[in-house]
Design a protein around this ligand. Sequence first.
Ligand code: FPP
Length: 258
Amino acid sequence: MLRLDFFSGRKAQPIADDSPWEVIDLSNLPQHIAVIMDGNGRWAVSRKLPRTAGHRAGMSALKELVTTCGELGIQILTVYAFSTENWKRPVDEVGYLMHLLVEYMEKELAELHRKGVQVRAIGELAELPQAAQKALNKAEQMTRKNTGLKFNIALNYGGRREILQALRQIAQKVKTGEVDLEQIDEALFSHCLYTAGLPDPDLVIRPSGEQRLSNFLLWQCAYAEFWTSTVMWPDFRKQHLLEAIRDYQKRNRRYGGL
Ligand code: FPP
C-alpha cells in the first residue's frame, strides 16, 4: 500500500518495505482519467449472487475511486455508467441501474459537494427516467461552481451517437450560414461533443479483462493511454488506480511524433 504524502513533497511514499508499488510522481498525473466500470455481472455470478448485487458493489468501488481521485488531485474523472447499448439488458436490470443512480446521488451528493466535486452527466439524458434526470439536474446545479474534481458520469452515452449529434449541430450551422465548410476543424467538432470544454482523457482504465473501448469517448480517446486489468470492477481499489497511474507514468506519449 502507498501512503500518499500530499503536503510535504511531490512523491508518494511506500508504507511497507515489501510494497510492490513504486512511488507515484504527483507532478506527472494524468489530467483526465476515464474509466469503463466493467465486470459487475461476472463478479456477482462468480459469487452466486444476482447481477444486481454486482452493480451495488460496483457503486462502492465508484465511491472509492472518486475519493481517491480527489485526494490525488486528479482534475477530471469520467466514468461509463450506462451505454446506449445497455437498454438491451433485461428490464429489471436496467431499472435497478437507474434506481442505483438515484440512490447514489441521494446518498453521496452532500459529500461530493463538501469535497468540492463538480458533477456533470454526459449522454442523451432526456431519454433517462424522470427520477434519474431530476437527481442529475440537482447534482449539476448544486455543484456547478465547485472547483475540485470534475466528475463526469456517462449515462445513455454512446460515442457514435455523440459524434452524430455533433455532426448534426455543425451541419445545421453550415446550413444557416453561421459556419463555412472551411471553418470545420477539430476545435469546432470537440466543442459540439458532450465533453465540450474538457481536455481529452490521458488514461483510459478498463477492468475485467476486456480490451476494447465499447463505444466510449471514441473521438476523445484518439491519443489516450489504455490500461487494462483482469480485476472485476467491484474489486477495483485505490491500489489498482495507483498501479494504472504508475504504468501511465512510464509511457512515452509521442502523439504520432518521434
Ligand atoms: C458493466 O458491467 C457495468 C455497467 C453496465 C454498470 C455500471 C454501474 C455501476 C458501477 C453502478 C454504479 C454507478 C452509478 C452511477 C451509481 P457488466 O454488468 O457489463 O459486467 P459483466 O460484463 O461482467 O456482465
